[in-house]
Design a protein around this ligand. Structure first.
Ligand code: SRM
Ligand code: SF4
Length: 577
């Protein structure tokens, strides 16, 4: 611990669990073997670093006859997909696992990963083993470590910039992966050959986690790569961001951003959403070293007693940006060059049919809120199975919870459309621009932090907004509409054109003035708006936009220019007519 690190305060309960865990082992092995449906408090925290959350399905709880308050414990498991890149076989296998061990659905996340819900404790180990057999991992998909690193997933052949960026992302993912043996020994040992000694700690302790040390990071840590012309990963919302600086097909280096994060606790005024700050420029060969330096500064200077203010954004706020930069330079071992002027100026969700540049094509399929499911009249899961089995495309997950099928032949276009239609699924071309640019977080019934609905109500809200948008003649306007079931902001509502954040059951806070580009926070427009009023409130804002916009101005830019007070005055008068 450096001399100038903050004086040790009383560690939070999660810190205590990590300290006592011997590199994330704790009591997980014993508790995994007992008959209880769930784990103890400390293990629940440690398990997050292994990629799994103990959950209690609130609706399943209610539906158990005569046992109203009995908890219905099951597990959410998140699998990392660095840069969103996987194979048809891996996605097929993930769907099989959802059917055989989970709740029959899978969820593509806002960080290009995969989530399963409803796995019971007795199946956790076989689940992890199948993920491993599938050449994937759940290690560090959650927890106080570097999470799934995001990158633009579009496959453009001959685009050396994208290829090199993707390779750098993979290298960084490997570099920042936890090295404890706990994951392998808890989940991946063969019970028939006997458990091995849990291998962390001991004499070589310092070597176990050379980057993280025994208590890992004070809080979750998220990283994304973006291109200036395509910020599809929302790079400014991350703890650490890399914007590729390139000229004539060659990467000159990366602008490094630090301290983005969205989650807020409304009752704690000390919490706030923040866009990452521009910190400096590094050549490609220094990406790993600067990332490691920033991670280590956060490790040593982040708050370990109050988890509400433990993210990197608060470390920077407490230290001040200049002191933070100086500390990073000290850990980096040299001064940081100033940022190159390059900044994000475009955003592409990659939905639709595109040439890859090598005679092949890719197709971006909008997956509403990332949920892959079969239900009455809508059999997306079966459609995907057929596409993946018959065509065997490459697969990518976007940061907008959607899928890209890659390496397609021209003839596959019609075939994919036929398969989707045969299963009651619309092609991307058949859905509205409004729906295409919307996202909702998971929320109820599985998310323990949800105070309002999100994934289950956004599609209906869009159904009722679509005719209003059409009446206003705005059907072709692209703007982001993002909804979450609480202020933790898992669908990044605070930099979107329209943000809807669950406030309490059935009520939302409405935010306006962010934008597709993701480089501006929005502002609170109205609070505690009942769900039933959202259609008319949003329609009134759109009417204001229609009446007041300048040529070519986006919704977010227009609201930002006018200011939320002026928009409210105009929209309320329009509603009162
Ligand atoms: Fe998130 C917690 C789901 C992306 C901010 N998030 C949760 C938990 C695990 C609830 C919990 O702690 O008990 C949710 C699980 C619900 C469930 O039943 O599945 C959850 N977060 C998600 C996902 C699945 C939403 C989605 O619809 O895709 C996303 C998974 C991403 C991934 O693959 O890793 C997801 N979460 C995000 C993002 C967006 C992003 O990272 O780009 C954010 C905002 C950015 C940020 O981190 O600030 C986000 N999640 C949070 C927070 C607030 C963190 C904070 O600093 O305040 C929490 C609560 C916490 O950590 O205490 C949280
Ligand atoms: Fe749960 Fe809130 Fe995240 Fe939605 S935003 S998934 S309700 S923690």
């Amino acid at each position: 611990m450096p001399d100038d690190a903050p004086a040790p305060a009383k560690p939070s309960a999660v810190e205590l669990a990590k300290i006592a865990s011997n590199y994330l082992v704790g009591d997980i092995p014993q508790e995994l073997a007992d008959d209880a449906p769930g784990f103890g408090k400390a293990s629940i925290q440690l398990l997050k670093n292994h990629g799994t959350y103990q959950q209690d399905d609130r609706e399943a709880r209610k539906s158990v006859d005569g046992k109203k308050s009995e908890r219905q414990i099951s597990f959410m498991i998140r699998t990392c997909v660095p840069g969103g890149k996987l194979t048809a076989e891996q996605l097929l296998s993930a769907m099989d696992m959802g059917d055989e061990l989970g709740n029959g659905t899978i969820r593509l996340t806002t960080r290009q990963a995969i989530q399963h819900h409803g796995v019971v404790k007795g199946e956790l180990k076989s689940f992890m083993q199948r993920v491993h057999t599938n050449q994937m991992t759940t290690l560090a998909a959650c927890g106080d470590v570097e999470r799934n690193i995001m990158g633009c997933p579009a496959p453009i052949h001959g685009d050396r910039v994208r290829d090199e960026m993707q390779a750098k992302l993979d290298e960084l993912s490997r570099h920042l992966a936890p090295r404890t043996r706990a994951y392998y020994e808890i989940w991946l040992t063969d019970p028939d050959t006997g458990e091995k000694t849990l291998a962390a700690g001991g004499e070589k302790e310092a070597q176990v986690e050379p980057i993280y040390g025994p208590t890992y990071l004070p809080r979750k840590f998220k990283t994304a790569f973006a291109l200036p012309e395509d910020n599809c990963t929302d790079v400014y919302a991350n703890d650490l961001g890399f914007i590729v600086v390139h000229e004539a097909g060659k990467i000159l280096g990366y602008n490094v951003l630090a301290g983005g994060g969205m989650g807020v606790t409304p009752s704690a005024a000390k919490t706030f959403p923040a866009l990452a700050k521009r910190l400096g420029f590094v050549p490609p060969e220094d990406v790993l070293a600067i990332a490691e330096a920033i991670v280590k500064v956060q490790r040593d200077f982040g708050n370990r007693s109050d988890r509400k203010v433990a993210r990197l954004k608060y470390t920077i706020h407490t230290m001040g940006l200049e002191n933070f930069r100086a500390k990073v330079e000290e850990y980096f071992g040299k001064p940081l060059a100033p940022c190159h002027p390059a900044d994000v100026h475009g955003f592409d969700d990659h939905i639709g049919w595109f040439a890859q540049g090598d005679g092949r094509f890719f197709y971006g399929l909008n997956v509403e809120n990332g949920r892959i499911i079969d239900r009455d009249g809508f059999h997306l899961k079966s459609a995907l199975r057929q596409i993946l089995t018959e065509i065997r495309p490459g697969v990518r997950i976007t940061a907008h919870q959607s899928l890209l099928f890659t390496d397609l032949a021209e003839a596959d276009r019609g075939r994919i459309a036929d398969i989707l239609h045969a299963h009651g699924v619309k092609t991307s071309e058949e859905i509205s621009t409004l729906r295409r640019w919307s996202m909702a977080c998971v929320a109820l019934p599985t998310c323990g932090l949800a105070v309002a609905e999100s994934e289950r109500v956004l599609p209906g809200l869009i159904d009722s907004l679509e005719p209003e948008v059409a009446k206003l003649g705005l059907s072709n306007e692209a703007f982001t509409l993002r909804m979450t079931g609480c202020p933790n902001a898992c669908a990044r509502p605070y930099n979107s054109d329209i943000g809807l954040v669950g406030r309490t059951a059935g009520k939302y806070t409405l935010f306006l003035g962010g934008r597709l580009l993701g480089d501006r926070l929005n502002e609170q427009y109205k609070d505690v708006v009942p769900f039933e009023d959202l259609t008319k409130e949003i329609t009134a804002v759109l009417a204001c936009y229609k009446a007041q916009r300048h040529d070519g101005e986006t919704l977010g830019d227009c609201c930002h220019r006018l200011g939320v007070d002026a928009v409210r005055t105009w929209a309320d008068a329009w509603l009162a007519k």
